[in-house]
Design a protein around this ligand. Structure first.
Ligand SMILES: NC(=O)c1ccc[n+]([C@@H]2O[C@H](COP(=O)([O-])OP(=O)(O)OC[C@H]3O[C@@H](n4cnc5c(N)ncnc54)[C@H](O)[C@@H]3O)[C@@H](O)[C@H]2O)c1
Length: 379
């Protein structure tokens, strides 16, 4: 076997996703043995002290504070964007223009027009691109996809996606960037419902139209720089939609960060004419499966542990059956698939085109909520 080539990576942003992606770059080579081995060249942030500490802790060779300079460095091959939504476009477009492969966190942009500009930039430059909707890479989600593609669920009738958290329930939580439309684009909608929508598109198909609502319950929060003063929350706390898919299925999608006791309750259920599947991220190694043609005396939902070779698509990197994997592995798998796509010259999915399609649904959702009408998803 030819020895793997190296691909030099620059990562922008060093907090939550910066840590998750760094962990994935560290693990992917030894675990999954991609044909392209990532070399963790440089991590970029705005604060010299913060980014220097992150470089040491997360395993990057160098650190820098000017992403523009870094994305234009000839020794950088791949740029990974782990910043809030308002900076995705400028970093990704500059990276594409410099001929780099681009991995971008979700949602692709804060609005459809910007998402389209990003897609146009990667297409014009002809560079590989991928959007980090990592939950597609949970083995149980891959099994759901396989069962649907094999026709095991029959005709699809329903998709029910819920993504619920409670981390913003304290009204004294400061006005972080996630509460500001200019930074985040939207609230629960783009932050977590975007994942449910991406899973809906991946598993069921394109969404044609929707009716929706959004609500902001905690309208003001303390300013991070001066907690005695408050600033306005300009995004939704909670959001819910009824959707119709092009293939005739209907569904509901709900996202909220105000659900007491729900930490990362990312679930979906899909019901078809021959059976159902249900997934719960907090029990992510399992897929619940029901088939209508099971013998009547044993009929019922069963929990399939998705850790068997031949079922778990990334098992070669991990452990014997039943030795479960976790949240961080979804990022290792996503980055592995991106590296393999670059090595083979094939498309990585989801890509910036999915980012545009997801954004079109998010935009239709916001419009439906504003107008209190059904809205067709338009690109
Ligand atoms: N895939 C997932 O499951 C998942 C989970 C959480 C967040 N996200 C996405 O990842 C992105 C980052 O979110 P996070 O949770 O890591 O946020 P975070 O606040 O934890 O980290 C953001 C990082 O970006 C840096 N940053 C902000 N503006 C910058 C700029 N203009 N230039 C350079 N650096 C800048 C910050 O200093 C920080 O290091 C967002 O798009 C978010 O939606 C995805």
């Amino acid at each position: 076997m030819a020895s793997p080539r190296t691909i030099n990576v620059a990562l922008v942003g060093y907090a939550f996703m910066g840590r998750a992606h760094s962990n994935a770059y560290r693990q992917v080579g030894p675990a999954l043995r991609p044909r392209l081995l990532p070399r963790m060249k440089v991590i970029v942030g705005r604060s010299p002290e913060g980014v220097a500490a992150a470089a040491g802790q997360l395993g990057w060779e160098e650190w820098a504070t000017d992403w523009r300079e870094v994305v234009n460095r000839p020794d950088i091959d791949l740029v990974d964007v782990c910043t809030p939504g308002d900076s995705h476009a400028e970093v990704a477009i500059a990276a594409a223009k410099a001929g780099k492969a681009v991995l971008c966190e979700k949602p692709l942009a804060n609005d459809l027009r910007t998402a389209k500009a990003m897609l146009a930039a990667v297409q014009k430059a002809g560079v590989p691109h991928m959007l980090c909707h990592n939950y597609r890479r949970a083995p149980a989600v891959q099994l759901a996809k396989q069962l649907i593609e094999e026709g095991k669920l029959g005709r699809l009738y329903h998709y029910r996606g819920t993504y619920l958290q409670d981390w913003i329930i304290d009204p004294n939580l400061p006005l972080l960037w996630r509460f500001r439309k200019d930074k985040a684009g939207s609230g629960a909608l783009g932050d977590i419902s975007s994942h449910s929508l991406d899973l809906a598109r991946f598993l069921v198909g394109e969404i044609e139209e929707l009716a929706a609502t959004v609500e902001t319950y905690i309208k003001q929060r303390p300013l991070p720089e001066d907690p005695k003063r408050k600033g306005k929350v300009t995004v939704d706390d909670a959001s819910a939609a009824v959707v119709r898919f092009k293939n005739g299925a209907i569904g509901t999608v709900e996202g909220s960060r105000l659900c007491a006791g729900r930490k990362n309750y990312n679930r979906f259920e899909i019901n078809g004419s021959k059976g159902s599947v249900a997934f719960d991220l907090e029990r992510m190694n399992e897929l619940q499966v029901y088939f209508t043609d099971d013998a009547k005396n044993v009929q019922g939902f069963r929990d399939v542990m998705v850790t068997e070779p031949g079922v778990h698509p990334y098992i070669h990197g991990w452990w014997p059956p039943g030795h479960i994997i976790g949240y961080e592995h979804t990022f290792v798998h996503a980055i592995y698939d991106f590296l393999e796509a670059i090595a083979s010259g094939k498309k990585a999915k989801p890509d910036f085109e999915d980012g545009v399609r997801n954004q079109a649904v998010l935009e239709a959702w916001a419009r439906a909520a504003r107008t209190k009408r059904w809205v067709r998803v338009a690109l």
